[in-house]
Structures are given as structure tokens and as C-alpha cells.
Design a protein around this ligand. Structure first.
Ligand SMILES: CC(=O)SCCNC(=O)CCNC(=O)[C@H](O)C(C)(C)COP(=O)(O)OP(=O)(O)OC[C@H]1O[C@@H](n2cnc3c(N)ncnc32)[C@H](O)[C@@H]1OP(=O)(O)O
Length: 436
């Protein structure tokens, strides 16, 4: 979907009936887009931006499909009372298999207009527009875990914040054959983007970055800010000198105390680079802890240290939220871990994925998926009955169907659940390693 795709007509009418204008923002009109950015920051309780930051945000978000909701009866009718944005991304379904996905962000409603159905109209509008444009999935990361289930989204990948006690962390893993270099983000921009793209394809749940994300990451939104100037980028190059991963981090310290290493991003295309970057981080001197957010709940670090208790995982139960819009395309895009046939009888009050599909996988992990019409005989394939959110949660293998059955959220025989667990098991534990 392009940034100019029109606002959904149903939501336009719903909000018009409430006296509100639901409109696409012309991001070439910097004054109008600037008001939208101000409303977005206010919606997230953030400070007004300095002029240079506002300009950088306008440049970074110029290609997003940007929607505002306007109330002509307020004192400042040019500033939207609600915001939402979206862009075309790709979600990694299995290592090296990706699927187009509509990424949604900046969902805010002004506290002066809350609980009147504005967010509902915006979310339903995004889903209808994404579905009409042919996206099999929509996805987002959330401030609160209670907002998006009602629209058919559900957690598909979890993430953990890892904290390492520096004094207790003694390296016990293999030596890395390559070496670490400090690089300045501006000089290494193209290389870091390339490494990021390759790392994204390594793990289910990772998503292609928007341009704005690269600019945030490499300090271009507030280059003069203290935080950006304290940020370092350390890159791992393998024995042949090929870049394979990098960490973006700051050491935060109040002299004379020891500081902490705070990692913004940890990107690795393979196990070797991941180990090398962990070693670099945990062997920093003059710090007492290393904090790395959004790591896999299956991170190998405890197995790389002499004392695994030097590592603690503070678990999030959710990070990436997915909404399936086309079940056959979503299901057939990943690789499966076992051969078998299952009928998935999906209930979706919004209608996007309502109905039964037959999923058949072969020994190579490839799948064929067919939609079953009402009149079709379902045959003898084991059957699961589940809602659209549960389909999203098991899709990447982030949770087992049997766990959702234990929670009363999926119905199926023990045989059907055991087969689903084997088929949907992920090659790598799903993870999304950044916010959007
Ligand atoms: C992808 C992202 O951008 S995540 C960011 C989400 N935004 C924020 O956290 C910013 C601060 N919060 C806000 O701006 C607003 O409170 C929003 C966007 C969360 C909700 O906006 P509203 O217009 O008040 O929501 P709306 O009136 O459409 O409510 C729709 C439904 O969501 C429910 N709901 C609204 N906010 C919340 C919430 N914070 N927690 C749980 N449920 C909520 C409502 O009760 C309603 O339920 P129902 O229709 O099933 O009965």
C-alpha cells in the first residue's frame, strides 16, 4: 500500500457521524505533517520536539501512510485529535522466508477525545485498508497488552530484557575467529543496513526496518543530543573481514561509580557473530551490569558463561503482535517442522479469516493450504477450532497450540494438538528485536 492509499471509507463515515474528519495527511505539506507529529508525541506523553528534531522526524517519516482525525470545533483544529501511521514491511516467517506485512504505529487519541470509538475506527480502518491492498498480515508493537486483542491481534513473538552481572560474568564459550571494530554510524551506514537485513531474515518474528528506524538507530534524529553523542557502534567482522553483526550501545556512568552498558540494538547474522558481540559486551571494564532489551527468551548467553546465574531474564510475555488477514497465504509462507494434515477451523467475527482451511505439510517442511467451503466434507484430518488471535499466536511457533488449549483458547483432540505442536515448532524461537 502506498503512502497515498486513501483513508478507509467505512471509518470515514463512522467518524463523520461523530463530527470528526478522518483523513490522509499529505506528508509533503510539512506544516500539516508537523502538527500530526506534535499530536503523536503528545499522545504518547512525550515532550514537544526541538525544531531540529521535528525537521528530522518529518524527513524520516515522510514515506509513511499517515492518517489524522480532526475536530473542527476545537481551539486548534489543524492539530489532529488522533493519529495512526503505517508502512509496508516484511515479516520473517521462517529463516529466509518472508511475507509482506502492514506495520501499524503511532496509534494515539487525545485525552480530550478518548473512549468515543476513535481508536476502534482507526484500527478497523487500517485492517480493512491493508486487507483491500492484499496484505496477508498486519502487525504492531504495543504500549498496553489489553488494547489490540479485540481487533484480532495476538502476541506472536516474545522478548526478554537480559541483564548481566559483570563481576560474575566469566567467558566460557568458544573464541571468535574474527575481530571487533568501532565504526562511526555515518561511515558504515550501508554496511550496517546490509547486516541488519540479513539478520532480519535469520529469525522468525523479525521485521524489515522502516527508514525512520535506521535514522533513529544511527543517531540522525537528534545528532546533537547527549545520548546520540554517547552512542557507540561496535561491529564484528569474521576472519575474512566480512561484517557479520554489530551492537549499538552507551555506557551510562556517574563517576566515581561503575556504570552500566545499555544496549540499543544487538544485530547478528549468525551464531559466531552473536557470541563475539556478547563477549565484547560482557567483558567491558569499569561497569557493573550490561542491559540488553528485546533478546530471545532462548538466548544462548547463560551457556556461554562459567556462571549462568550471572545472567537474568526479565520476561515480557509479548512483543510482536500479529493480525492474520489471509490465512492460506500466511500459513503457506513458512516452513514446518513435521509432515501432516490439519484442518484449522477459524472463527473471526471481523470476517477476514473466518472459515476452515486445510493445511498439509510435507517432509521438506513446505505447505499447501486450501480454504474449505461450507459444503465441503472435512474428511479425516485432525481438526482444531480456534479464533483469529490464536491463529496469529501459533503462526510463527511462538507458543504451542497445546498451551493455548490448556488455557481454553483452542479446541482439539489430544492427537490434533500434538500434531499441531510438532508441525508448527519453529526452527528458531521467534523474536522481534526492536520497537516500531
Ligand atoms: C501500535 C501502537 O501505536 S500502541 C500505542 C497505543 N497508544 C497509546 O498507548 C497512547 C495513549 N492512549 C491512547 O491514545 C488511547 O487511550 C488509545 C489509543 C489506547 C485508545 O483510544 P480510544 O479512542 O479511547 O479507544 P476507543 O474509544 O476506540 O476504544 C475501543 C475499545 O478499546 C478499549 N480500550 C481503549 N483504550 C484501552 C486501554 N488503554 N486498555 C484497554 N482497553 C482499552 C475500549 O474500552 C473499547 O472497548 P470496546 O469497544 O471493546 O468496548
Amino acid at each position: 500500500m502506498t503512502s497515498h492509499a486513501p483513508a478507509d471509507p467505512v471509518s470515514t463515515a463512522t467518524l463523520a457521524a461523530k463530527g470528526l474528519r478522518y483523513e490522509l495527511v499529505d506528508t509533503a505539506d510539512r506544516a500539516a505533517h508537523g502538527r500530526w507529529i506534535d499530536a503523536d508525541l503528545r499522545g504518547f506523553h512525550r515532550a514537544r520536539p526541538e525544531e531540529a528534531k521535528r525537521e528530522a522526524l518529518l524527513d524520516a517519516h515522510g514515506a509513511d501512510r499517515t492518517i489524522g482525525v480532526y475536530d473542527d470545533t476545537i481551539i486548534d483544529p489543524a492539530t489532529p485529535i488522533a493519529t495512526v501511521s503505517g508502512w509496508t514491511s516484511e515479516l520473517t516467517m521462517s529463516p529466509d522466508r518472508t511475507l509482506p506485512a502492514w506495520a501499524i504505529s503511532s496509534v494515539t487519541v487525545s485525552p480530550t477525545h478518548r473512549r468515543r470509538g476513535v481508536a476502534r475506527a482507526m484500527l478497523e480502518g487500517e485492517l480493512r485498508a491493508a486487507h483491500a491492498a492484499g496484505f496477508p498480515l498486519a502487525m504492531l508493537t504495543v504500549t498496553e497488552a489489553t488494547i489490540y486483542g479485540r481487533y484480532g491481534f495476538a502476541p506472536a513473538a516474545q522478548a526478554s530484557t537480559i541483564t548481566v552481572d559483570r563481576a560474575a560474568a566469566r567467558w566460557n564459550g568458544p573464541e571468535a575467529p574474527g575481530r571487533i571494530h568501532f565504526v562511526e554510524p555515518g561511515d558504515a551506514d550501508a554496511t550496517l543496513r546490509d547486516v541488519t537485513t540479513r539478520a532480519t531474515r535469520r529469525t522468525p518474528g523479525e521485521a524489515a526496518r522502516a527508514e525512520a528506524d535506521h535514522r533513529h538507530l544511527f543517531g540522525r534524529i537528534e545528532p546533537a543530543g547527549e545520548e546520540a553523542r554517547a552512542t557507540r557502534v561496535a561491529r564484528y567482522d569474521d576472519a575474512q573481514g566480512r561484517p557479520r553483526g554489530f551492537v549499538v550501545y552507551r555506557v551510562v556512568r556517574t563517576p566515581p561509580k561503575r556504570g552500566s552498558v545499555e544496549v540499543d540494538r544487538f544485530v547478528a547474522v549468525d551464531d559466531e557473530s552473536e557470541r563475539a558481540l556478547w563477549r565484547f559486551l560482557v567483558e567491558q571494564d569499569f561497569v557493573e551490569r550490561i542491559v540488553v532489551p528485546l533478546r530471545s527468551i532462548d538466548d544462548p548467553l547463560p551457556w556461554l558463561l562459567a556462571d549462568p546465574r550471572a545472567v537474568s531474564f526479565a520476561s515480557h510475555v509479548d512483543h510482536l503482535w500479529v493480525r492474520v488477514l489471509d490465512a492460506p497465504r500466511a500459513l503457506s509462507s513458512r516452513r514446518y517442522s513435521a509432515a501432516g494434515a490439519l484442518v484449522l477451523d477459524v472463527e473471526d467475527p471481523a470476517g477476514f479469516v473466518d472459515g476452515a482451511v486445510r493445511l498439509e505439510t510435507d517432509a521438506t517442511g513446505d505447505a499447501t493450504v486450501e480454504r474449505l467451503g461450507d459444503a465441503m466434507v472435512i474428511g479425516d484430518a485432525p481438526r482444531l477450532v480456534l479464533g483469529a488471535p490464536e491463529l496469529a499466536s501459533i503462526l510463527l511457533g511462538g507458543v504451542r497450540a497445546s498451551v493455548l488449549a490448556a488455557a481454553g483458547r483452542i479446541d482439539g483432540s489430544p492427537e490434533a494438538l500434538a500434531l499441531a505442536d510438532r508441525m508448527f515448532a519453529a526452527e528458531r524461537t521467534p523474536l522481534l528485536s526492536f520497537w516500531f
